[in-house]
Structure formats: structure tokens, C-alpha cells
Design a binder for this molecule. Structure first.
Ligand code: SAH
Length: 396
């Protein structure tokens, strides 16, 4: 065990969750610190009896340590390389690393890949890194080297997008930019559909990769339907609906930039196709009066709640948009409804959707229960990692 690391000793009884491989230590569980650990430092965590439990990155806040290893380890280049290699092998086993139809996937999904605080998305040769902890931010150069070694010639560039993702209080002025290579290919393919991705200006790392399988499912439902894709961002769901034979597709987003990208992507895939129209508008306003224009509605709003104290408000917002969809959709219509807020549990989201159904008074069946795809894995010891929840509903 590296001797020089700072240490935290937990209060008696607080070692249980680490013994069950839960990857967070809450500040309230710590009895004392040795060696003045600072934000981003590696720390060893011990039980009150001095037994080694885990080591991880120290953070100021209610989560005080994010665990990297439950065994003593040297956290050096080989440590990171092995982690990246394991993550790559999972995607390889999913058939994503050598796939002519789909060349965009999540390569590292934080706790789900044993790397809390780190997300890496792979866009047709460019890895976009987003660090959410100072600890991960400080090792990004090593991560780049590890990516180069593990991915070999599949890797053309690495872009760091940590400028806005680090904790505000950390007072690190991170700037976005290339850590390797430069602006190269910005077009990706997902199930054979083409998308322009803008990781420099776009939201998150540039694309909502987590909806891939759910978008694909929309394609199966779209034939001869009139589709509303609400909160469309770059239009993902819309193109699958078009591919599936929709009669018309309306894409709505409040961001004019997103609507611009959506229009570009339509031209890329369905040049001159008049079935599609895009609107820059507020979703809640737009849905006030859609009458019975649609028989397939997709509701994929942003994370209404980013913090626990906003959960109640978020649930009201889910209830409101779902009620509007249920009240107005045509008979025999299909609703795809989602929540990507980690702090809103699956049960709470369902309750909100169920109360919306009850308000509408319509007869509604659940056809599918959806979640995030396999390249966004969840550690079985950390179910908080299951953040995307969705339902496919049949409205009689
Ligand atoms: N469905 C998309 C991802 C949606 S992300 C996909 O598959 O890629 C959520 C989107 O909601 C963002 O693009 C954001 O610009 C948009 N948004 C946020 N608030 C909104 C509002 N009030 N009305 C309409 N769109 C909104």
C-alpha cells in the first residue's frame, strides 16, 4: 500500500457499504483524517479498527471519497491502462468497437466502469473526455496515453470537455480543448443513420448516446404514424421514425442551435424529404394545444432535477407534459416517455406518469420498460448509476 497517501478513518459501523463495494464515502461517515487530504488527492480509507477498505479520490462535499479500488493499489499509468482496457473489452464484447453501422458509443461510464468522475464517449475516432472530479481531471494526461495504447490506430483524437463539468467549488479553471490530434471527423453513424456531432459547442459530450436502443425501438413503431419528437436536440428519434416509415415527423426543441443541427441531419439522411419539420419552441407551450394531430409522441426532456431538493418540482413537470400528451394523443397512439434525472427514482417517475394517466382518464397499457443501453453499464453495487428510465405506452 502506498505509504505516503493521506488517510480517512471511518466511524464505527460505517465500513459496511464499502464492504459491499459501494463506491462512495459520505463525509458524515468519516471520524478522522490523517495527512490533510485535499480535493483531488488519493486517499486510503480505513475502518475504525484500522482495517484497509478502499482507496479513491478525495472530494470536498457530501461525497468525500469516490472509490477507485477496493484493494491496495499503486495508482499509476498501468492502473489506468488496465481500467481503460477493461472498459474497451466490455464494448468489444457488445460488438461496438468494430461495427460499420454504429461507430459512436460510451467507452467509460463512471462508476459503472470503476472510474467515478469520468465519462469518455467515442465518436468515430475521437474520444471525448469529461471529468466530473478534480482527481480525474488531474490524471487526464495519463488517460490519454492509456487510450492511445489500448485503442491503437482506432484513436484519432482526444478532446477534453471538462471546462464546465468540474465541481464549481473546486476553483479549477479547466478549459476545453484537444489533448491529442485535432478537429477531424465530426460525422458519426448510428444504426446506419448519419449524425453531425458537435462536441465543442454541443450539450454534454455532443450527442445523447444513451438513447440509441430506444431510438431504434421508435423505428419499429413508426410506420404510418404522425410523430411528435419533443425535446429533440439533434433530432435522433426523428430520423429513426422517418426510417421506420412515419407519415410526418415534427421535431421540437427550445434551443435554436439544436434545431439547426436537426435540420442539417435531416438533409444528411433524407435529403429533401418533406415529411419532416422542425420548430424552435418551448415544449410546454407547444404541447398546450396539439389537439389530435399525433399518434406517436416522444417526450425526452432534460434532467428537470439535478439536485435532490428539486425532485418535487421535477415530478410536477413530468406530470404536466405527460398529461398533455395523454389528453391529446389520438386513439391507439403510442407515447415514449423518459426521465434522465439520476435523483428521480424509477418508482417516482412512474408515479408521475401514472398520475398523468389518471388525470387524462384514458385507458393506458405499458408496452415496454426502458433504460440505458449496455455501453452505459451499472455497477450492481451502485444502482444509483441506473439513471435513464422510460416507458412505452399504448393509449387506447
Ligand atoms: N432526445 C434527444 C435528447 C434530448 S436532451 C436525443 O435523442 O438526442 C433534452 C433537450 O431538451 C435539449 O436539447 C434541450 O435544449 C431541450 N429543452 C430544454 N428545455 C426545453 C423546453 N422547455 N422546451 C423545449 N426543449 C427544451
Amino acid at each position: 500500500m502506498p505509504a505516503k497517501l493521506a488517510s480517512f478513518f471511518l466511524k464505527p459501523g460505517k465500513e459496511q457499504s464499502l464492504k459491499r463495494f459501494h463506491p462512495w464515502v459520505f463525509s458524515g461517515a468519516i471520524a478522522k483524517a490523517e495527512g490533510k487530504p485535499q480535493e483531488g488527492d488519493l486517499v486510503n480509507v480505513f475502518a475504525s479498527n484500522g482495517e484497509f477498505l478502499a482507496l479513491g479520490h478525495c472530494q470536498v462535499g457530501s461525497i468525500a471519497v469516490r472509490i477507485l479500488s477496493f484493494e491496495p493499489a499503486e495508482v499509476n499509468y498501468d492502473f489506468w491502462k488496465l481500467k481503460i482496457e477493461k472498459a474497451w473489452n466490455v464494448r468489444k464484447s457488445l460488438g461496438l468497437t468494430d461495427n460499420s453501422e454504429t461507430n459512436v458509443f460510451r467507452l467509460v461510464h463512471a462508476e459503472g466502469d470503476g472510474m467515478p468522475g469520468l465519462v469518455i464517449d467515442f465518436y468515430n475516432g475521437t474520444a471525448v473526455i469529461q471529468t466530473h472530479t478534480v482527481g480525474m481531471f488531474l490524471v487526464r494526461e495519463m488517460l490519454v496515453e492509456a487510450l492511445k495504447e489500448v485503442l491503437g490506430n482506432k484513436l484519432k483524437a482526444v478532446y477534453d470537455k471538462s471546462g464546465k463539468s468540474l465541481p464549481y467549488k473546486a476553483e479549477i479553471s479547466a478549459e476545453d480543448g484537444y489533448l491529442f490530434g485535432d478537429d477531424s471527423e465530426k460525422e458519426v453513424s448510428e444504426y446506419g443513420l448519419r449524425f453531425k456531432v458537435d462536441w465543442v459547442e454541443g450539450q454534454k459530450t455532443g450527442f445523447f448516446i444513451d438513447q440509441r436502443e430506444n431510438r431504434f425501438l421508435v423505428q419499429q413503431f413508426a410506420k404510418n404514424r404522425d410523430v411528435l419528437n419533443m425535446f429533440c436536440y439533434t433530432g435522433g428519434f426523428s430520423f429513426y421514425a422517418m426510417k421506420g416509415g412515419a407519415r410526418l415527423v415534427h421535431s421540437v426543441d427550445s434551443s435554436a442551435k439544436a434545431i439547426e443541427l436537426t435540420k442539417q441531419n435531416v438533409e444528411l439522411n433524407f435529403e429533401g424529404d418533406t415529411r419532416h419539420e422542425a420548430f424552435a419552441a418551448d415544449g410546454f407551450e407547444f404541447m398546450r394545444d396539439i389537439k389530435d394531430k399525433y399518434d406517436l409522441i416522444i417526450l425526452d426532456p432534460p434532467a428537470f432535477a439535478k439536485h435532490r431538493d428539486a425532485v418535487q418540482q421535477a415530478l410536477q413537470a413530468y406530470k404536466r407534459i405527460n398529461t398533455r400528451a395523454f389528453e391529446q394523443i389520438r386513439s391507439g397512439g403510442i407515447v415514449f416517455t423518459f426521465s434522465c434525472s439520476q435523483v428521480v427514482s424509477k418508482e417516482k417517475f412512474r408515479e408521475a406518469v401514472f398520475s398523468a394517466a389518471a388525470i387524462s382518464g384514458r385507458s393506458i397499457r405499458i408496452l415496454h420498460q426502458l433504460t440505458q443501453p449496455a455501453d452505459h453499464p451499472v455497477s450492481i453495487y451502485h444502482l444509483e448509476g441506473e439513471y435513464l428510465k422510460g416507458l412505452v405506452l399504448y393509449v387506447e
